[in-house]
Design a protein around this ligand. Structure first.
Ligand code: CMP
Length: 138
């Protein structure tokens, strides 16, 4: 279990929260739940419903669509933001390559954060666009 201060220090390194004031990060640190997964565990499964996103603290994950590896993601990146935002089924399976330590944020809490802090909404839009650019080469 990491302390609130350690969570805030970690959140400061995450792109999504880079421009967010310390007191707001402390709130994010409070509402986030620490979760741990083992190698080969599925954090989310393609087609399933889901109401949480995950910020990776340690460990790497494969994002897999069908049997195609889309990308490997690691510390300071987020997964599960798509279904959290549009309530559609998970677009891919996210499978742990090794032991993964993450912070989980639920949809309602993330919506509250976005409505109070437009920078967080901008940050998540930026992540979605970067991933789209990488995937489509645009
Ligand atoms: P979600 O659809 O909720 O669950 C699967 C997750 O895999 C998705 O959110 C993203 O976090 C991630 N994902 C899906 N497609 C891509 C992609 N092209 N690039 C990076 N991450 C992706």
């Amino acid at each position: 279990m990491i302390s609130t201060i350690e969570r805030v220090v970690f959140l400061r390194t995450v792109d999504l929260f880079r421009h967010i004031p310390g007191e707001v990060l402390a709130r994010v640190a409070e509402i986030a739940q620490e979760v741990r997964f083992g190698p080969n565990d599925e954090i989310v499964r393609e087609g399933a419903s889901g109401d949480a996103m995950f910020l990776l603290i340690e460990g790497y994950v494969d994002v897999v669509k069908g049997d195609r590896l889309v990308v490997t993601l690691g510390p300071k990146e987020c997964v599960g933001e798509m279904a959290l935002l549009d309530s559609e089924p998970r677009s891919a399976t996210v499978r742990c390559k090794d032991a993964v330590h993450a912070l989980q944020i639920l949809r309602e809490d993330f919506y509250d954060l976005m409505s109070g802090h437009v920078e967080i909404a901008r940050g998540v839009i930026k992540i979605l666009i970067q991933r789209l650019r990488k995937t489509t080469g645009s």
